[in-house]
Design a protein. Structure first.
Length: 164
């Protein structure tokens, strides 16, 4: 009988299956399948199997749990991953993401700090205004931008958010 990991990855399962030992921390068979599919899509099937085969059998469950958290962390925060979420005090987002993956949900919404709707709208308006201004000014003329200071503050805040 195939384990849930092999069933989802559509590979043959044997008595000494590598994936079978990975699911000790996940009780629900459906959650095991969802976690396997998510990690395999994120890292790739061959890379997942390579990771698992490189550790002793008694550590495979901890490795798989770590891979699930890292995949969720990188999905939420592509720059810093799970360490960035922990460091910035947003660990709860990673835990919620893992719970969502185990329930079969997908992580389509990245970190809300990176895609705030008001911030996106402000940047779009600023970009559109600078395009219109560049079309109406001549080369060498220096017309001061009214919104230049707020644009620079917005850019600086984005950079600070990126590095913290």
């Amino acid at each position: 009988m195939s384990c849930n990991g092999c069933r989802v990855l559509r590979k043959g399962c044997s008595d000494d299956c590598m994936l079978r030992h990975c699911f000790l921390w996940i009780e629900n068979p459906q959650a095991q399948a969802h976690a396997t599919l998510f990690v395999a899509k994120f890292f790739g099937r061959a890379t997942l199997m390579s990771f698992i085969s490189s550790v002793p059998t008694n550590q495979r469950s901890a490795l798989f749990e770590s891979l699930v958290y890292e995949a969720v962390g990188r999905t939420i925060n592509p720059v810093n991953g799970v360490v960035g979420l922990l460091w910035s005090g947003n660990w709860h987002l990673c835990q919620l993401g893992v719970e969502k993956v185990l329930k079969g949900g997908s992580l389509l919404n990245p970190n809300p700090h990176h895609h705030d709707e008001e911030e996106v709208e402000r940047v779009m308006v600023s970009h559109q205004a600078s395009q219109e201004e560049s079309e109406t000014t001549t080369f060498g003329s220096s017309t001061p931008q009214v919104d230049s200071d707020s644009h620079q503050k917005t850019q600086r805040r984005k950079l600070l958010t990126l590095f913290f």
